[in-house]
Each structure stands twice: as C-alpha cells, then as structure tokens.
Design a protein around this ligand. Structure first.
Ligand code: UD1
Length: 353
C-alpha cells in the first residue's frame, strides 16, 4: 500500500514514530507534516531525538484561528492526496491536523485509519473533543487504545469499524525507558533539588482565560515543593498578554521527549492539563493533578491516581496535598506490547487494495 501519514503537533510525532517504522517494512509511506507546530522545541527536536523519518512535505501552516489552521491544512492535504494518490491516510489523536487530514481524505474517497480513536471527554467546548468525534465518524478504521475507547465507539454505532490495538504512546515509553537521560545536572542548573513538582499547562480553557491562568500561577507559587514548568508557547504568549509572571516557579523552554519522560518519572508529583503527560504520569505511577473539568482518559481516575481540579487556587492546593499524600503507585496494567505492529496488521487487512 501507499500510505499518507498526516502529523503536525508535538504528540503526533511521538505516536507516529513506531508506527512509521513498522509500516515501512512492507508499505510505502509519505509523511506529511502540516506545520501546525513549527518552533524547534515543538517540532524538529522530536524528529532528531526519535530518529523519525524526515517529512516528505511540510505544509508550514503555522498558527491561526481554528478555521484558518484547519482550512489551510485541508487545502494542503487535498493537493497532496491528488499528487501522491495514497491507498490510505493515517491520522493520529485529536488535533486540528487530525480532523483536516481525515476530512481531506474522505472527500476524495480515500479511506482513513484513525489511531487513538474512541477517546471522549464528553465536553464539546474542547476543540480536541470536536476533532475526535468528527474524525471517528468519518474514518474507515478506528484503532482504539483501550477497552473504554472501544465501548465509546460501540455506543456511537461505530463498533463494526473498531479494533482494540493498545496504546502506541505506552509502547513508545517502553522502548525509550532504557534511553532516558540523567537529569540531575540539569535540575541543579535550574536550581531545583531532587524533590520537585513537574507542571505543564497549555489548554486554551486554562491559558486563554486570564483569571484561570492567574489562579494557576498563584497556586503553583504556593505549593510545598519547587515547581518546574517547561512552558508551551501558547502559555508563554498568554502570560505576557495577561502580565502573569509565574513568581516562585522555575520556567524553562519546552523539553525534548526523552528529557520530559525522565523528569516525569523522577517527579514527586505531576500537575498538567495535557492528555499525553497525564497518561505518562499515570503509567509511571506518579501522583497526578489534572487542571481540567473532564478527562478523555477515564482509566486514570480510578484508585485516586488522578485528581481533576478546577483552575482555582484553593482547589489546586488541596488536590496537590491529597495527591502528594497518596504518593507513588504501582504502574497500572496497560496494553502496550506490539501495538505498532498490530496497527499495521489491521490496516493492511482492512485497507489493502
Ligand atoms: C495543539 C492541539 C492539542 C495538543 C497540543 C500539543 C489542537 C486544537 N490542539 O494545541 O490537542 O494537545 O497541540 O502541544 O489542534 N505555537 C508556537 N510555536 C509552535 C506551536 C504553537 O508559538 O511551534 C503557539 C502559537 O502562538 C499558537 C499557539 O501556540 O497559536 C497554539 O498552538 P496550536 O497548534 O493552535 O494549539 P496547541 O495549543 O499547541
């Protein structure tokens, strides 16, 4: 088969890594980077660190409103499909690149396989939820990471197109665990001791509302351990706009994936609003506070492993206290073995011409 893979945002580079390498054993792949993420720390570093194949084309769409970004990717995907003539388009996750990739393909009658299908936060005010629901409903095969995702798809009448393949992000963690760098020296350089709280914040509902962002910054300054915050560009711009200084917090540039995994694993606690970081902390058994009203990763909520908190100073402080006293847990059982190979097997069986 000739497969067109569409990626564009940081977590998609990680998810595509193992699948691309499994796919290329028997099939031809054209890797399309939409350019949704374009800063060195948000894009290039993942290709270098993971030795991901070079993109065959970069649409360089950059930032913009949802309409501009999704529309520009759609046009680029359509042109690329007309030239490349793939048998299948592969899309990952829930970003604007995912939806535009899937939409561009189905409009040209090219089947789509959606990796990480079936996740639901049931909150349609999140752009990612809209992207997930729409992408699942137009894709020909739905590759679900968990049983919960399978059940979500079945409840929407999509069970006949769904396949439980496991979680390729967890498989990537398993492969990378032996390569994680020693971060002691960097931590000392940042003035942070061995006990610290690792924080990431980038979701529009937290960053684009100045009151929420200010409350998060204020809560971070009041936590009982040093706080280390690799800052997403969206958060950095929003902080400048709202004149939020993150006093008492060690703010650093976004990290490459290996450094991020290493810091997550050694953290006393993770505070985040990211889907991926939430899952990684859960997988390591690190206590977790998620600053969101809902999560699409329902399995993380059991057993007091993940506390959902509103962006409110007192709520965050109190959940951090609870999570710290709950402490580290045994890693949960997850389906992480052979995921990339299983994905390739399923799409080969379903979509080979
Ligand atoms: C996107 C995804 C989100 C995913 C996240 C991972 C959507 C709707 N959201 O959110 O699901 O969790 O990526 O990081 O697709 N920016 C830069 N440099 C970059 C990238 C972004 O400066 O390399 C800035 C721009 O000002 C941009 C803002 O960050 O407007 C937000 O970027 P965008 O791609 O719109 O969404 P993310 O917040 O990154």
């Amino acid at each position: 088969m000739k497969v067109l893979t569409v990626v564009g945002a940081r977590p998609q580079f990680i998810k595509a890594w193992l699948v691309s390498s499994a796919l290329r054993k028997d099939h031809e792949e054209f890797l399309l980077h939409t350019g949704q993420h374009y800063d060195y720390e948000m894009s290039r570093t993942f290709f270098d660190t993971l030795e991901l194949p070079e993109p065959d084309r970069d649409l360089e769409v950059g930032s913009g409103s949802h309409g501009q970004q999704t529309g520009a990717i759609l046009v680029g995907v359509e042109q690329t499909i007309a030239e490349v003539r793939p048998d299948l388009v592969l899309v990952y996750g829930d970003t604007n690149s995912t939806l535009a990739g899937a939409l561009g393909a189905v409009k040209l009658d090219v089947p789509v396989a959606h990796i990480e299908a079936g996740l639901r936060s049931r909150d349609l005010s999140m752009p990612e939820e809209v992207n997930r629901v729409c992408t699942d409903h137009i894709s020909g095969s739905l590759l679900a990471p968990t049983q919960v995702a399978m059940e979500n798809l079945a409840s929407e009448g999509l069970g006949h197109r769904s396949h439980l393949v496991g979680d390729v992000m967890y498989e990537a963690m398993d492969v990378l665990v032996s390569q994680l760098p020693e971060m002691g020296e960097k931590l000392r350089g940042w003035g942070v001791g061995p006990d610290y709280i690792l924080v990431t914040i980038h979701r529009p509902e937290n960053t684009d509302d100045a009151d929420s962002l200010r409350a998060i910054a204020e809560a971070m300054a009041a936590l009982p351990l040093p706080v280390l915050l690799p800052m997403h560009p969206r958060t950095s711009e929003a902080s400048k706009r709202a004149q939020i200084e993150w006093k008492g917090v060690t703010v650093i540039e976004p990290l490459n994936h290996l450094e991020m995994l290493a810091l997550e694993r050694e953290a006393s606690l993770v505070v985040t609003d990211s889907g991926g970081v939430q899952k990684e902390a859960y997988r390591w058994g690190i206590p977790l506070v998620t600053i969101r009203g809902t999560t699409e990763w329902l399995e993380t909520l059991g057993d007091e492993r993940n506390y959902l908190s509103a962006p409110d100073v007192e709520a965050i402080k109190s959940y951090v206290e609870k999570a710290l006293s709950a402490g580290h847990r045994d890693p949960p059982a997850v389906l992480s073995e052979g995921v990339a190979n299983r994905i390739v097997e399923v799409v080969t069986e379903v979509h080979s011409p």
